[in-house]
Design a protein around this ligand. Structure first.
Ligand code: HGA
Length: 610
């Protein structure tokens, strides 16, 4: 999603802004721009649709140099991704960049037009620029004008503004879209994610909801939502900036797929005793709260939603706890009936997913027992606003299509299942010790699955010319099939749908012919025989089968049937293992199709808009 970078310094800041934008590229965007208060005393901007490299090229051809500036990568929500709609937006002598959505933009636009303001873009953001221009004329001071402006905005925003009239400062406002100030010596910075600023500082101040900030070279002042001046604590990062290079891998996605044994290992570290899960891993009050839990409600989006769906099978089967799972964008707008003693669980890689965050905020009003976030980013809104947290240790995920974040979420959810079962005494005897043992072996099992890389690469050739695919799974493998289909859609742009295998004959079987490959995950469990019958139904209609099957399942290659033998694994852990070949499959299909694997079209990494 959109990225913001800003700087006020005594040196030329153009390169700092560009480097910051590059560091945010992994979030996905469709245009980029920069506005600089130049050394010549004018406010200038350069914007380009497409990649930051195109903006960089434009700035090489016509350089802009100055000591105050803002920059942006835009993922369009209002108006096409073209130069005219790219940020920064100008109004009078102001430049504005914005992350988020202004919901009352139509009303404001009409009012501002009546006042004579002329619009040059289709974005909701431009209303902020003109409203601020209007307030500035009235009030004279940029910071005061920004405070008055945000009072009239409905929706979500992270804002950074500069003005040629008052070029001593950068002003910012946060509501529903994260912003962080980077502190330097005689210079200060702003960004939507601290990663953008790690090149220039390791000291940061996170803005809170409703905050307004005035950032000058030598000082930073912050006011809270009530307009009170506040001190926000600064945090310092000592660890070296997280590596953002692909190493030996061709794409970040492949690197991240191969990191899974290591990050799963890290996610387990410190969370297991000899034969139990350490419930305190979820926070000091976890044991006390878990003892009261009688239901679980999981809310998430996209890949994280699939992780939640797997968890439902685990929570009900192992811990005997009723569980509901819902996508956040539906949950947040629905009248929900809350059952007593329900734990509200959110899952998000970034912890800034707008819909999930909004669902959590709604849930707080609805009387849930407590909230728990399973999240990959410690300093995120979701973590800050939840009662309990389990941080997955996937490290920075750059590929837009999530891989290692998903498998570490699954590990976190299995730890949750075992913790709830343990505290409530609902686990069958011996189950926890067995699964703890299996979890310890999981990283090496994942390594075995990754060793099938070249086998899967060959299988991918079957898909290169296809336009449609079905993914089938039963039980907890159904969400795994959904995740496999999502990956294929996301990065290879092949239409893929997932079905519970038993549903095939209730409709989708009509689609099956020799142009429709059918991918299936087949662990060796009590559903195997039923699954085999479903596969016969496909073969009988000429459908080509690709089956990832347990080596003990007794399935072999045959005409139109390609079987990839998977290492045997405990059935409960099979969703984690079987995810790996499906990730590899979509990766290699995308490589064959020549798509932009790490930054697929139209998609963004951390979905900070609704
Ligand atoms: N609504 C603005 C900004 C979009 C955004 O924040 N995307 O992540 C626009 O469409 O330009």
């Amino acid at each position: 999603m959109c990225g913001i970078v800003g700087a006020v310094a005594e040196r030329n800041i153009t390169a700092i802004l560009l480097e910051g934008l590059k560091r945010l590229e992994y979030r996905g965007y469709d245009s980029a721009g920069v506005a600089i208060f130049t050394n010549g005393g004018t406010l200038e901007r350069t914007r380009r649709p497409g990649k930051v490299s195109e903006l960089e090229q434009a700035l090489e051809n016509e350089p802009l140099a100055g000591r105050l500036g803002i920059a942006h990568t835009r993922w369009a929500t209002h108006g096409a991704p073209c130069e005219r709609n790219a940020h920064p937006h100008f109004a009078g002598d102001l430049a504005v960049v914005h992350n988020g959505i202004i919901e009352n933009h139509e009303t404001l636009r009409a009012q501002l037009k009546d006042l004579g303001y002329v619009f040059t873009s289709d974005t909701d953001t431009e209303v902020i620029a003109h409203l601020l221009e209007h307030k500035l004329k009235e009030l004279g001071d940029l910071t005061v004008a920004l405070k008055a402006t945000v009072k009239e905005l409905h929706g979500a925003y992270g804002l950074a503004v500069i003005s040629a009239q008052q070029p001593d400062r950068l002003v910012a406002a946060r509501s529903g879209s994260p912003l962080v100030i980077g502190l330097g010596m005689g210079e200060n910075f702003l960004a939507s994610d601290q990663l953008a600023l790690r090149q220039v500082t390791d000291r940061f101040v996170y803005l809170e909801e409703g905050d307004i900030a005035e950032i000058r070279r030598e000082s930073v002042q912050i006011w809270d939502v009530d307009g009170q001046a506040v001190e926000r604590e600064s945090v310092q990062y000592r660890d070296g900036a997280e590596a953002a290079d692909k190493g030996e891998f061709r794409h970040y996605m492949l690197k991240e797929i191969h990191e899974q044994p290591a990050v799963v290992q890290r996610t387990l570290e410190g969370r297991l005793s000899q034969n139990q899960v350490l419930v305190q891993a979820f926070g000091p009050q976890a044991a006390e709260l878990f003892a009261k839990v009688r239901n679980v409600q999981i809310v998430a989006c996209g890949t994280s939603y699939h992780a939640g769906m797997v968890a439902r099978y685990w929570l009900e089967e192992l811990a005997g706890i009723p569980c509901q799972v819902e996508v956040a964008s539906e949950f947040r707008y629905r009248k929900v009936v809350v059952q007593a003693d329900t734990l509200f669980v959110t899952i998000s890689q970034s912890g800034e997913t707008a819909d999930t965050l909004a669902a959590l905020r709604n849930a707080k009003e609805l009387g849930y027992l407590a909230s728990l976030a399973i999240c990959n980013v410690g300093i995120s809104s979701l973590v800050r606003e939840s009662d309990l947290t389990l941080l997955t240790q996937a490290g920075r995920e750059i590929g837009v299509a999530s891989t290692k974040a998903f498998t570490t979420q699954l590990v976190g959810l299995l730890l949750l299942t075992l913790s709830l079962g343990q505290v409530r005494g609902t686990l069958a005897s011996g189950v926890e010790a067995t699964l703890v043992e299996e979890l310890r072996r999981l990283p090496s099992r994942l390594g075995e699955a990754l060793a099938m890389d070249s086998t899967v690469e060959k299988i991918a050739e079957l898909f290169a010319e296809k336009n449609h695919t079905l993914f089938l799974g039963r039980g907890a493998q159904f969400p795994v099939a959904m995740e496999g289909a999502l990956k294929l859609k996301e990065i290879s742009y092949i239409h893929a749908e997932a079905y519970p295998a038993g549903e095939l004959k209730h409709g989708p079987l009509a689609l099956v012919d020799n142009d429709m490959p059918v991918v299936t995950v087949a662990p060796n469990n009590e559903l195997l025989e039923k699954l085999k019958s479903n596969l016969q139904e496909v073969r009988a209609r000429g459908g080509e089968l690709i089956v990832f099957a347990d080596e003990q399942a007794g399935m072999t290659n045959g005409e139109g049937t390609h079987v990839v033998q998977m290492p045997h694994i405990h059935d409960i852990l099979s969703p984690i293992l079987y995810t790996i070949p499906l990730q590899l499959l979509s990766y290699y299909v995308a490589v064959l199709k020549g798509t932009d694997v790490d930054q697929p079209r139209n998609l963004a990494k951390s979905v900070t808009v609704e």
